[in-house]
Write a protein that binds this ligand. Structure first.
Ligand code: GDP
Length: 654
């Protein structure tokens, strides 16, 4: 590495010449003056070595200490899974020195070994560099930017259809596909590949064939943004229904423009005006009512208004100015993936930018591969796929996940390296998934200035409590943090709620309701904070305290198990005893219990009696039957669920 003069190094590190000379002398390098030439690499290493730092702290001249705190400079961008060799190149030092510094940390590495994020950052720090780790996809984008300007073209919009069940989502997709799909006459049988492109004059629109907001939000929770526009279906004879509101919240949280399709206008009982008024109450005011929401009246069955709907989609797309650069490396998102018996792993990918060609090497989440073949929605082989094209790809080493990113890479070795690194991270379960906001961290993050909003998904037993709670919570907003209820509704906490919270970094509050079993598992996997309460005051109090950093040590529930009530008996002296089947975990005699009816909490209390056959027992495990009486409570019904838990005091993590 090149030699540099002391004053040059001092300037770069924002130190005084004297400080550099003193530090180097302390490390045993003789320097005559600020114009002396030294080996830069060696000097940087020594300046940041513990010996030099120790010298610093030993110095009696206190005022100096503050000033001579070294500012790390300049900022380096590292890709995830950087190897020792790549890191050395970035730092412009010999690999030998990186290996040495790793060894000092107790790590024996080889030159092609990938380094974990924290270790790579520490090495940079030791050589005087502040660094930041970006994803591999971000790095490719950066590199392509450096390569210079490329031709930018308009790309087709990608649309997801959402709405209440039976309002006609599938019918609309089918109707559009039938009348607009390209190359139908070639005899290709349309197959379900999760998305398809339709032609509208010279232009096109991609429809994601995964109706339902779960799929939509699942993608978003995985970090994939695929939808440009949401079409919200509302049946004109049925009006706004609970899932309409849910879909609307999901679309709004994703910050995607919404077009309303009022369907089934062929029906005599259709009432499109009423639908518009209802939507107005949910913040979607139609254009003819003075708002700016595009509403199109259609009939998917009778094929009325479909052209107008497509036109409107293109009009909204024009405002979005959707652009892509076809002559860059292909990239996109995985919409679906499966293992096909004959073809091996198959993934439906939406190409979002660049061009994918047969033979390209790629990374797909934690999987790598080479495009062996590509198919369009008609099952026809294609050689290249441009932006906004859904394609089926074969050639992966294993099956990726929906929502994974897809990135073409220049060399196979790089693809392998990233995939290996990501698989290892997955195995270690430390995949750098953005940590979700929890109530415990709220104050901390507010202080850091990284949070100015507390998004909440609110579920309660009845609509009345939803309204009361929404109002009470909204009132808690302060000038430091805004409470934002992104979705509220009655009923149990579902998987869809957790996905929405996960994608929006929100916490979930349940009032007198419980999470469904699957939702609970998903929340654990996605690290979503769920707060369950049975008193309104305790909810507002908890949020208030979290906002001022005074969150009391909370009591954490330790789930034990659940039992289903199959039979009820009236037993003199005991009252009602439930004949139960323990479906999950275990029920213990000393546990606290909660009686659930349709996932709504009916009662909380203690067990009065627990028996197997005629004997009193201390616990009953999953798969066994038991007789269970609840202390001071008799209103048990067949079909109820009894959940057992312990309460533990949770240490504060603020
Ligand atoms: P999805 O659950 O939203 O996918 O709804 P579907 O597309 O399965 O439609 C539900 C029912 O509504 C089916 O019986 C359709 O035939 C019917 N349907 C869909 N669109 C229309 C329409 O425009 N007019 C009438 N009369 N019926 C429709």
């Amino acid at each position: 590495m090149a030699k540099k003069r002391i004053y040059e190094i001092a300037k770069e590190l924002k130190l005084t010449n004297k400080e550099v000379i003193e530090r180097l002398s302390a490390s045993g390098i003789k320097v005559k003056s600020h114009a002396s030439l030294v080996d830069e690499e060696e000097a940087r290493r020594l300046l940041f070595s513990p010996a030099s730092a120790a010298q610093e702290t030993r110095k009696p001249s206190a005022p100096q200490a503050q000033k001579s705190k070294i500012e790390l400079t300049p900022k380096l961008l590292l890709s995830e899974g950087v190897t020792v060799k790549e890191l050395s190149a970035k730092l412009q030092i010999k690999s030998k020195n990186v290996l040495k510094s790793l060894l000092n940390m107790g790590i024996i590495a080889s030159i092609n070994q990938t380094l974990d994020r924290d270790i790579a950052l520490e090495v940079c720090r030791q050589f005087g560099y502040d660094a930041e780790v970006i994803s591999f996809e971000e790095e490719v984008a950066q590199e392509e930017k450096v390569e210079g300007e490329k031709e930018v073209v308009e790309r087709f919009p990608v649309v997801t259809i959402m709405g209440h069940v039976n309002h006609g989502k599938t019918s609309l997709l089918d109707a559009i596909r039938e009348s607009n799909i390209i190359a139908k006459e070639t005899g290709g049988i349309t197959q379900h590949i999760g998305a398809y492109q339709v032609k509208v004059g010279e232009r096109g629109i991609v429809f994601l064939d995964t109706p339902g907001h779960e799929a939509f939000t699942l993608m978003r929770a995985r970090g994939a943004k695929v939808t440009d526009i949401v079409v919200l279906m509302v049946a004109a004879d049925d009006g706004v229904m609970p899932q309409t509101v849910e879909a609307l919240s999901h679309a709004k949280a994703a910050n995607v423009p919404i077009i309303v399709a009022i369907n089934k206008i062929d029906k005599p009982e259709a009432h499109p005006k009423k639908v518009k008024q209802q939507l107005g109450k949910h913040g979607l005011l139609a254009e003819d009512l003075g708002g700016d929401t595009v509403c199109v009246e259609i009939s998917a069955k009778k094929k009325i208004g479909l052209e107008l709907l497509l036109e409107m989609i293109l009009l909204v797309a024009d405002l979005l100015e959707l652009k892509a650069t076809p002559i860059s490396l292909g990239k996109g998102s995985v919409l679906e993936a499966k293992l096909d018996k004959a073809r091996g792993p198959v993934a439906t990918v939406l190409v979002q930018d660049g061009t994918v060609k047969v033979g390209d090497h790629f990374v797909m989440g934690a999987v790598y591969g080479k495009v062996r073949a590509m198919f369009n929605e008609l099952g026809q082989k294609i050689i290249t796929a441009e932006p906004s094209t859904p394609v089926e790809i074969i050639g992966m080493q294993s099956v990726p996940q929906a929502g994974d990113s897809f990135q073409v890479v220049r060399d196979e070795w790089k693809a392998r390296q990233i995939s290996n690194y990501r698989q290892r991270q997955l195995r270690e379960r430390s995949l750098a998934r953005p940590s979700r906001l929890t109530l415990d961290q709220l104050f901390h993050r507010m202080k850091e200035g990284t949070t100015k909003e507390l998004p909440i998904v609110l579920k309660a037993d009845v609509q009345g409590s939803v309204e009361v709670l929404s109002e009470a919570l909204s009132k808690l907003s302060s000038d430091k943090v805004k409470i934002n209820i992104i979705y509220s509704g009655p009923g149990a906490i579902t998987e869809s709620d957790i996905l929405l919270a996960s994608a929006s970094n929100a916490i979930v509050i349940g009032f007198n309701v419980r999470p469904e079993k699957k939702a609970k598992e998903l929340a654990e996997a996605e690290r979503v904070d769920i707060r369950l309460h049975t008193v309104i005051y305790s909810i507002t109090n908890e949020i208030k305290n979290a906002m001022v950093g005074m969150l009391e040590p909370t009591f954490q529930e330790l789930y034990l198990g659940r039992a289903e009530v199959r039979e009820t008996f009236r037993i003199p002296r005991y009252g009602i005893v439930a004949g139960c089947y323990v479906a999950d975990g275990k029920i213990t005699r000393d546990a606290e219990i909660r009686l659930l009816r349709d996932n709504v909490v009916i009662y909380e209390g203690k067990i009065g009696s627990l028996k197997r056959f005629k004997d009193d027992v201390t616990e009953v495990r999953s798969g066994l039957e038991c007789g269970l009486g609840i202390a001071n409570f008799n209103d048990i019904k067949i079909g109820d669920v009894i959940e057992a838990f312990h309460v533990e005091r949770r240490a504060e993590k603020l």
